[in-house]
Design a protein around this ligand. Structure first.
Ligand code: FAD
Length: 499
């Protein structure tokens, strides 16, 4: 039942990325009249897909955890999720290949994972169990506070539950890097590298980012990794269809050019030279560009850049003319000097000469993702955010290095098996989704206080203007983007209650 107070109130959402879609659904459920303006001719932003010669590729995100974030949207909307979206659990979160020949299957079953690390790396399964237990505690005590609330509202810190959870927390997580934290827990370099990798889940450097990121493994090994039927793109399709069902209106090929505000209150937006009035505006555009391009506020935009951008990616979408039994849905081919790789990514901002390679193959999970007997490889390496490097040269060099490494580890000649190829680089990421410097996750977590420094979901300077998505609190990645939508919709609900 719609709230009468908001029935005639309008919301404009700038951008139909996953955060914009989720915000649209939540506000439509609250009873607002919601319109989304999206500059592309499709919804989903980075969460999109394409097909080439019978190979279907998810273009961006490939890892799916915490399906409850999606389920919750259907619950509040009162719609049966099974009519829109389904998923299944995955047994191996990731298969890790090391340069020294060791191979680790990271089973999503925590016990099996512990046994595997004991057998292959000589870690005690007890140590692994303890680590995952700590990871859960960190997630429950601190993580959920950071992810579920605005950190910039006094009521968050006055909440009794929050207070209790913080009191139960050992703060050492915050004061050492993820690498230091992991190095005190595991004796093998391979296990430390495996757990350090979780910093890349929000485009960060484990040698700088806080140990708090050790909460991420909890999500994979205690809660699980999942595969959405139809690939990651089905998340976008499900949310888009749910938004339509809830009456959200979409305008594609509609770039918002300006946010109109007057006397410290938002009044609407300009699209195609037309003024569109709105009571509330939510920007799902990168917050840097929101300030710079839509609000003409160069000073504020510059302040946002004080926090380092997350890394970006080079993706090679390869249609492969063969099936590889030794590969899983998610695979990592590690480099042997992780610290050197992160120095290249964040300090020198160049391509590392032996990049860690990630390969995602959805044809492992579902027929129809690739022609029979073939596989759809999404081959990704982390690269620095774009600061004007020569990407044509980097792409050529990276491709050679990737092929050389895969040939060596898989003991095969990959090049003749590549039947089709598309490439995504940081410049294209910026062009397609207006992410400054092509960063995948907005700002990085490369400092102890990163979580506090990320831009809030609102601004004190302009009433009724809100921000959602990967470049603002609580950060990038699908689960966090969905949380940002929840936080924004709750801020709006609280604001409504106060009046
Ligand atoms: P976006 O998806 O960037 O959407 C913003 C939208 O706003 C875009 O559609 C854009 O066109 C539109 N827009 C911008 N400016 C305007 C304007 N002025 N007017 C109108 N519209 C505008 N995350 C994971 O969780 N797991 C992964 O495995 C993972 N891997 C990734 C791999 C790659 C290659 C990439 C690129 C990203 C990956 N991510 C992953 C990150 C994840 O995709 C993002 O954090 C998330 O999709 C961002 O969603 P968003 O809604 O914030 O923004």
């Amino acid at each position: 039942m719609h709230n009468l107070q908001v029935k005639n109130k309008t919301v404009v959402i700038i951008g139909g990325g996953v955060a914009g879609l989720a915000t649209a659904i939540r506000l439509a459920v609250q009873g607002f009249t919601v319109t989304v303006y999206e500059k592309n001719d499709y919804p989903g932003g980075k969460l999109t897909a394409f097909e080439k010669y019978g190979f279907r590729f998810d273009a961006g995100p490939s890892l799916f955890t915490q399906p409850k974030n999606i389920e919750q949207l259907f619950e509040i909307a009162g719609e049966p999720i099974e009519n829109y979206f389904s998923y299944k659990p995955v047994d191996v979160a990731c298969k890790y290949f090391y340069e020294n020949g060791k191979i680790v299957n990271a089973f999503t079953n925590a016990e099996n994972f512990g046994k595997e690390l004991e057998e292959v790396l000589g870690e005690s399964s007890n140590t692994v169990a303890k680590y995952l237990n700590e990871s859960k505690k960190t997630y429950d005590n601190i993580g959920s506070i950071f992810l579920n609330h605005s950190l910039h509202k006094r009521r968050t810190w006055l909440n009794k539950r929050v207070f209790k959870a913080l009191a139960a927390t050992k703060y050492s997580y915050l004061f050492q890097t993820l690498n230091k934290y992991n190095s005190t827990k595991f004796k093998s370099a391979e296990a430390v590298q495996l757990f350090n990798r979780y910093a890349t889940y929000n485009g960060s450097n484990p040698y700088k980012a806080p140990g708090m990121l050790s909460l991420i493994p909890h999500l994979e090994y205690n809660e699980g990794v999942f595969y959405p039927a139809g690939g990651m793109m089905s998340i976008t399709n499900a949310l888009y269809n749910l938004a339509l069902k809830k009456g959200v209106q979409f305008y594609f090929n509609s770039r918002v050019e300006k946010i109109i505000y007057h006397e410290e209150k938002v009044r609407g937006v300009v699209v195609n030279n037309e003024n569109i009035e709105s009571d509330i505006v939510v920007s799902n555009m990168d917050v840097y560009f929101t300030y710079k391009l839509l609000m003409n506020n160069e000073h504020k935009a510059k302040r946002i850049l004080k926090q380092e951008r997350s890394s970006s990616a080079l993706v090679f979408y390869w249609g492969i003319n063969k099936e590889f039994d030794q590969l899983q849905l998610h695979n990592i081919f590690f480099c042997s000097n992780y610290a050197a790789e992160f120095d290249c990514l964040f300090k020198m901002k160049i391509l590392y000469n032996d990049p860690t390679i990630y390969i995602n193959i959805t044809s492992k999970m579902e027929v129809g993702m690739a022609p029979k007997g073939k596989e759809n490889w999404f081959v990704m390496i982390n690269v620095p955010a774009n600061v004007g490097q020569n990407w044509e040269a980097i792409k050529k060099e990276a491709r050679e290095k990737i092929i050389e490494k895969l040939n060596r580890i898989l003991n095969i000649d990959i090049e003749p098996l590549i039947e089709t190829e598309e490439i995504l680089d940081p410049v294209a990421i910026e062009n397609k989704t207006a992410s400054y410097q092509g960063s995948l996750y907005g700002t990085s977590s490369n400092s102890k206080l990163a979580a506090f420094l990320r831009h809030p979901n609102f601004t004190g300077a302009v009433k009724n203007l809100y921000y959602c998505g990967g470049s603002v609190h609580p950060g990038g990645g699908i689960p966090l983007c969905l949380q940002s939508a929840k936080i924004v919709s709750e801020l709006i609900k609280n604001e409504k209650r106060a009046h």
